[in-house]
Structure formats: C-alpha cells, structure tokens
Design a protein around this ligand. Structure first.
Ligand code: HEC
Length: 136
C-alpha cells in the first residue's frame, strides 16, 4: 500500500513537471496573465519596425501585439518565442502566409509589399516587445 502511494505521488509529480514544461497552466507570460503590455523604449530600426508593424500586422495581431478578436492571435505568447517560432518562421509567415494550426482564427494570408529590410525591422520590433513582456 505504501509503495502504491509513493508510486502515485511520483507519477503525479512527473505529470506536473511534464505539464509545466509544455507550458500549460502556470508559466504564462505577463500579458497572458492579464498584465498590461509594456512598450520598450524604441529607437532607430525598432521605430521603423513599429511603423511597418502597425501598417501591416496590427489589424490582426493588435497594436500592442496582444491579438484581435476574430482576426489573429497575440504575438506576446510563448508559441512565438524565438525557440518555438524563430525569425525564419516570421519571414515565412509574412512571405507565404501561415495555415491555421495553433488557433481558430483561420489562415494568415501572405503580407504583400514588404521588402527584406521591412521584414527584418518588424521582427526586431516584435522581439523587443516580446522581451519587454517576459515572453523570453
Ligand atoms: C489578416 C490577418 C493577419 C495579418 C495582417 C497578419 N497575420 Fe500573422 N497570423 C494571423 C493568424 C490568423 C495567425 C495564426 C495561424 C495559426 O492558427 O497558427 C497568424 C500567425 C502568425 C505567425 C506564426 C506563424 C506560424 O508559423 O505559426 C507569425 C510569426 C505572424 N503571424 C506574424 C505576422 C506579422 C509579422 C505580420 C505583419 C507583417 C502578420 N502576422 C500579419 C493573421 C494575420
């Protein structure tokens, strides 16, 4: 009986570790946890990136990257941290779009009219805001 209890406790502890490391539950970013978005100080290329972001992305992902109802997901989300969606995933989403797979918003269409410099600036801006909000 005692062994069974110990086994059960270990199994539960293991499950908790697995769930935690998969990011379900407690390890939300500050924004997912409902805190207001923190905007970092923006200079140079980050300001260029912000302008391009507002023109090309904010209608779906939100001016503060926290998503738009019925349109698109928050980019201040652990799904989009550099280890999960690296910069190449951003370039690809912009160039060829992204099929719906993490959310129920539908597909992201390709974003027209962005050159390489615009894309690099947008990604730098997004990473700066993610970092300021504890996404990574
Ligand atoms: C018309 C709405 C729309 C616009 C405009 C838009 N997105 Fe998206 N985006 C989406 C949706 C919806 C998804 C979620 C797809 C899913 O279910 O995983 C998404 C997903 C993404 C992803 C994740 C892609 C992947 O591989 O999972 C990135 C990165 C992204 N968007 C960046 C951007 C950037 C940067 C811009 C502006 C240059 C932008 N998006 C403009 C709707 C949009």
């Amino acid at each position: 009986m005692r062994n069974l209890a110990i086994g059960l406790v270990s199994a539960l502890a293991l499950a908790a570790v697995v769930i935690y490391s998969k990011g379900v539950g407690t390890d939300k970013t500050s924004v997912e946890a409902g805190k207001p978005v923190v905007m970092p100080e923006l200079t140079g290329v980050l300001l260029t990136g912000q302008a391009a972001y507002e023109a090309k992305c904010s209608a779906c992902h939100g001016v503060e990257l926290n998503g738009v109802d019925q349109k698109g997901p928050p980019l201040l989300h652990k799904y989009y941290e550099p280890n999960h969606h690296g910069d190449a995933a951003f370039v690809s989403a912009i160039r060829v779009g992204a099929p719906a797979h993490h959310w129920k918003f539908g597909d992201m269409p390709p974003v027209e009219g962005m050159g390489e410099a615009d894309i690099a600036a947008v990604v730098a801006f997004i990473r700066a805001v993610q970092k300021a909000n504890g996404v990574f």
